[in-house]
Design a protein around this ligand. Structure first.
Ligand SMILES: Cc1ncc(COP(=O)(O)O)c(C=O)c1O
Length: 346
């Protein structure tokens, strides 16, 4: 089966990651990490602190970005009597679900189709902040499934308008595809009092099975940082592999460049088909609008070829499919399958 439905990684890991795995000494697993004696969480949080120039106490680790999100949502929606969270209209389905786990209420702010991509509606977001008075504002950049992102400058301008009693969670699961310069992360967490910027090893670094996410929090958020921390340490194999992955940026940049080439192939080839639209995306997936009459035939054709892509079902996004960018031969197969079905219809 070719899985192109969950924005996973169909390429090889870097040589450094393979080495870290091969050379891991299992005897290490006989012990908890001792790094907490130095008041630190993990060799990985120490590495991240140096890499991003942010104090280690402001670095959090989690079992994937998923778990950091869960911690933030559960903690802040249950602590103060305000259980409201603002999320983008089109977004990762899990945001609503994780809030519902603690009876949190989610409200949507607008994202709109803007030419060949989607955009945040800043006025709509300002209005929603006033009307809803949320405890948490969730921003995702790049956003899943629309693929659009905020520039660091846009993010800064927006944050300047967020009231101080609102915690802003910026889901940057896909950010490494866009922002090679991450210096804004430090700038923003130093500047704003209630900010969490979360990233993961699951997308750009191709390790969703490692379950390793990390986040940076503002200085004033020690209480939450303490809540999030586990004092006996993190998975010791994951720590080693995560560091190796961050050290092999060039390998993963190369993979991202291959994805970019095929992104253009999709834009050119599928974008030219009647009734189809390929949205500009900054992440490892593309969103494609297709004529709804083709849905069943497309689904059957993918099944016959042993491919999985995601057919969207949410309101206003139900004649769309999200396709993970895979290896060139996989992308070719997906494009050819769609071309074949579209041409039989014509
Ligand atoms: C927008 C977004 N955030 C976070 C995640 C979580 O990834 P992980 O828990 O593997 O870090 C995903 C996974 O698909 C995602 O799409």
């Amino acid at each position: 089966m070719n899985y192109l439905d969950r924005n996973e990684y169909n390429f090889t890991p870097s040589a450094e990651v393979i080495e870290a795995y091969k050379h891991f000494d299992p005897k290490t697993l006989g012990f908890y990490t001792r790094i907490y004696d130095e008041g630190k969480k993990s060799i990985f949080s120490v590495y991240l602190a140096e890499h991003y120039g942010i104090d280690e106490s402001q670095v959090l680790l989690g079992y994937g970005g998923e778990y950091l999100l869960k911690q933030v949502v559960h903690y802040f929606l249950t602590m103060t009597g305000n259980n409201r969270m603002l999320i983008p209209k089109f977004s990762w389905w899990y945001y609503q679900s994780v809030a519902a786990e603690v009876d949190g209420e989610t409200y949507q702010y607008p994202i709109y189709e803007n030419g060949d991509t989607f955009s945040y509606d800043f006025d709509g977001l300002r209005k929603a902040l006033k009307d809803v008075k949320p405890r948490i504002l969730l921003l995702a950049s790049p956003n899943n499934p629309t693929g659009n992102c905020l520039t660091p400058e846009e993010l800064d301008c927006l944050l300047a308008e967020v009231p101080n009693d609102v915690v802003t969670y910026v889901d940057e699961a896909y950010a490494s595809y866009v922002n090679e310069d991450s210096s804004y992360v430090k700038r923003l967490v130093d500047k704003y009092p209630n900010l969490i910027i979360a990233r993961t090893l699951s997308k750009f670094y191709g390790l969703p099975g490692l379950r390793m996410g990390f986040a940076f929090v503002s200085k004033g958020m020690e209480k939450f940082a303490k809540f999030s921390n586990v004092y006996l340490g993190y998975n010791r194999i994951s720590e080693d592999i995560a560091i190796a992955a961050l050290k092999s940026e060039a390998h993963y940049r190369d993979v991202a460049n291959k994805m970019n080439a095929d992104r253009r192939m999709y834009e050119n080839e599928l974008g030219a088909l009647p009734g189809f639209k390929v949205y500009r995306s900054a992440a490892n997936f593309i969103l494609v609008k297709y004529p709804i009459v083709l849905k069943e035939r497309l689904q059957q054709a993918f099944k016959d070829e042993d491919y999985k892509v995601k057919f969207m079902n949410e309101p206003d996004l139900n004649t769309h499919m999200r396709i993970t960018l895979g290896r060139p031969e996989q992308n070719r197969m997906v494009a050819d399958t769609i071309l074949r079905i579209a041409k039989t219809e014509a």
